[in-house]
Design a protein around this ligand. Structure first.
Ligand code: HEC
Ligand code: HEC
Ligand code: HEC
Ligand code: HEC
Length: 148
């Protein structure tokens, strides 16, 4: 085989990989564990929140769709493999004081309510269901926002 042919082959394989990754969405990576500290808020009043992304799916039994969604006509049409947008790309209403007094349509897109309803909501449900097993699941402010 000529050198030229090998070069063309290598380029073809590389391009194929790029196209494959692009189509499969495999290029979008997510760390196993990270701190949630959204850029929507410039002046954070609370510490960032530790989040074990991988463990939630692999060990705690949470489904991707418990946290990720794209609503169409009131139905979640997001499925595994689809692009994941940051919560704040849609929940871009930034109020952090008196947010529960906002009109309903704004509350739906409020970022603080989105995180609290999702994270704290599930944790409270789990605790209610099985207090012995989930006694230590974080439900209080300080458990999620430890003071530095
Ligand atoms: C318990 C909630 C939860 C579960 C379950 C969960 N995720 Fe996430 N995921 C998050 C949060 C929170 C973020 C960070 C979003 C942000 O910063 O706004 C995230 C981020 C991501 C990102 C990175 C997005 C970016 O900004 O680049 C990907 C990709 C992702 N998740 C895919 C998945 C897949 C696939 C599953 C199922 C196997 C899954 N997630 C399960 C909550 C969850
Ligand atoms: C593509 C836009 C989009 C993204 C990204 C998004 N949301 Fe939402 N979310 C919505 C919309 C729109 C609604 C309101 C649906 C309705 O009308 O009831 C909603 C509703 C919710 C609700 C209340 C209903 C429910 O599903 O429990 C919570 C909680 C929530 N989002 C949390 C989050 C979190 C946490 C993230 C990031 C991990 C996130 N959302 C990412 C658009 C989005
Ligand atoms: C669908 C349910 C569900 C959702 C949604 C959820 N969690 Fe959890 N979380 C759990 C369960 C179950 C545990 C494990 C409790 C145990 O075994 O003690 C847990 C444990 C934790 C822990 C302590 C253990 C660890 O792995 O660090 C933290 C911190 C945590 N979650 C943060 C979050 C944050 C932040 C969010 C929102 C972005 C979130 N969780 C959303 C179910 C959920
Ligand atoms: C289960 C975890 C959890 C619990 C419990 C919780 N929060 Fe949060 N909270 C979050 C997450 C996740 C965010 C988004 C963090 C970010 O992006 O900066 C957030 C954001 C906030 C914000 C807006 C961001 C900022 O820095 O100002 C405030 C204020 C806040 N929480 C206050 C509270 C208070 C007060 C309590 C108790 C009544 C509480 N939280 C309980 C997870 C939690």
């Amino acid at each position: 085989m000529g050198k030229r042919f090998l070069t063309i082959l290598a380029v073809a394989v590389l391009m194929g990989t790029v196209v494959f990754l692009g189509l499969s969405g495999a290029a979008q990576e997510v760390p196993d564990h990270f701190v949630i500290l959204s850029k929507l808020w410039k002046d954070h009043t609370k510490s960032g929140v530790e989040f074990s992304h991988k463990k939630h799916s692999a060990e705690y039994g949470a489904k991707c769709t418990d946290c990720h969604h794209v609503y169409e006509n009131g139905k979640n049409v997001w499925k595994e493999g689809d692009k994941v947008q940051k919560c704040m790309e849609c929940h871009n209403e930034p109020t952090i004081k008196g947010e529960k007094k906002l009109p309903e349509d704004k509350q739906k897109l409020n970022l603080k309510i989105a995180f609290h309803d999702n994270c704290q909501g599930c944790h409270k449900d789990m605790k209610k269901k099985d207090k012995a097993k989930y006694g230590k699941i974080p439900t209080t402010c300080i458990q999620c926002h430890p003071k530095q």
